[in-house]
Design a protein. Structure first.
Length: 204
């Protein structure tokens, strides 16, 4: 069964680790709007929404999220089996996983700037620059069913960036693709997510 709603580069849910359904759009206002609508419609957990470009992306405190082509713009719908009081920990967990990918796969110095941004050290510019951001949002249905969607933005090869940011291929001199990075991230994310989910159940 083809589990992709729409797909622009041959990627399917089967090629993204742990993803049950994939919606891949050339352009949208914001993947998080779509993720929220899917959550409210009862769509399955582990549904991913990816856009090549966003026209109205936003981050924490409604700050505008620059979303030009070349970045990974991913919203991941989840229904964690854990106590709601632990949901706020999830964006920090994701930021930590992203920082680990930058360190272990690309040899970069990376750190999490609380609460939800990831910075890497640019050796030539001798400064820390933002490479990724994470946002988590949640809702409850009339039946009390909890949904959470993670919103993840990673600068891969996009060049329309503020001076305080950098993209992965610029700092590494490489040619990593957006979907390639998505696969790398998801492979590292799911084990951490399941550990977090289990720990939350044990503490509740």
């Amino acid at each position: 069964m083809d589990k992709s709603f729409n797909n622009s580069d041959g990627a399917t849910a089967d090629t993204l680790p742990g993803v049950r359904y994939l919606m891949h759009l050339p352009e949208t206002e914001s993947t998080q709007y779509i993720a929220k609508a899917l959550a409210n419609a009862g769509c399955a957990s582990k549904t991913a929404v990816i856009a090549d470009r966003q026209t109205g992306g936003y981050g924490r405190l409604d700050h505008k999220w620059v979303s030009a082509p070349g970045g990974l713009y991913l919203s991941l719908l989840l229904r964690p089996e854990t106590s709601p009081e632990f949901l706020s920990d999830l964006s920090g967990l994701v930021a930590g996983v992203l920082a680990g990918v930058f360190r272990e796969r690309y040899g970069l110095s990376a750190k999490v700037k609380q609460p939800n941004d990831v910075y890497v050290f640019h050796a030539e510019k001798k400064t820390w620059l933002k490479i990724s951001g994470v946002l988590s949002e949640a809702s409850s249905s009339s039946a009390g069913k909890k949904s959470e969607w993670l919103v993840i933005g990673v600068n891969i090869s996009n060049t329309e960036l503020p001076e305080t940011a950098v993209c992965l291929n610029e700092i590494t001199g490489g040619n990593t693709g957006v979907m390639e990075f998505a696969r790398q991230f998801l492979r590292e994310f799911w084990p951490e997510y399941f550990r977090w989910e289990l720990a939350g159940r044990l503490r509740s």
